[in-house]
Design a protein. Sequence first.
Lengths: 166, 93
Amino acid sequence: MQEIFWAEGKCITFSVQEAFKGPVMESFECYRSDQEASLWTYVKNDAGDIFLSPPVVLNPLLLKLDQTDRGLFFVRYYLGSNIPVLYHARFGKWAEDDLAILRTHQAAGGESFESVWQEQQRQQQLQAAQEAVEFKMFEDDYYKILRIREFEIRRSLLADLVKGGC
Amino acid sequence: MFEDDYYKILRIREFEIRRSLLADLVVRMGFEGRWSYYEFKERYLQDFGAYLEVAAQQVVPSEPTDKKEKLWKTVSEELNKMDVILNARAAQR
């Protein structure tokens, strides 16, 4: 067993716009740990249980963080400690999608995350089915318009044929 | 000559009708203007740009995967072709 040193670890300060768990703060600090491909973490709980946690591979997104990045960041305590570490991040559309479900969950009060998620899945399926019907209608309309052009070409060819035959 | 003129007029009318129906279809689908790769790319980068940076083999797709947006692209290309025809006709006058 040995102490961990994060030679390339970083302390990151976040400005918080929305928090979904834990105390609400304007900003907070957490750490980005090093890649620990061969390190098994030794953990012991209050009940005296001991176990080894498998190595954690850092999400490559966390290695490329920039001061201007905005996204949804997931922080937890490093196993067996009270050191907050960043372990996941979502950006762009996927962050927006996750934020939407987290906001719904927060607004739903006591409702479980699982049931909120299932309801959202159901809504998305309904919406997809509705969009598929709508799309079929648009596609049909497009082919109808194309047929006008074919009609126009056919008529023009026939007119030429009639003229040619005279 | 009169007959030719008559068919020309009919064809112009059908061309205009088709053009107007296609433009109307774009609006009914909920899009604004014509599909452009530049705007598609910008949107893609905004939505998924962070993920592209960490996966070197991943690039911005050359065309949309969403069926509705694909149709928008097809209709826009048809309208662009019609513009070319209109411009050629205008140049001939």
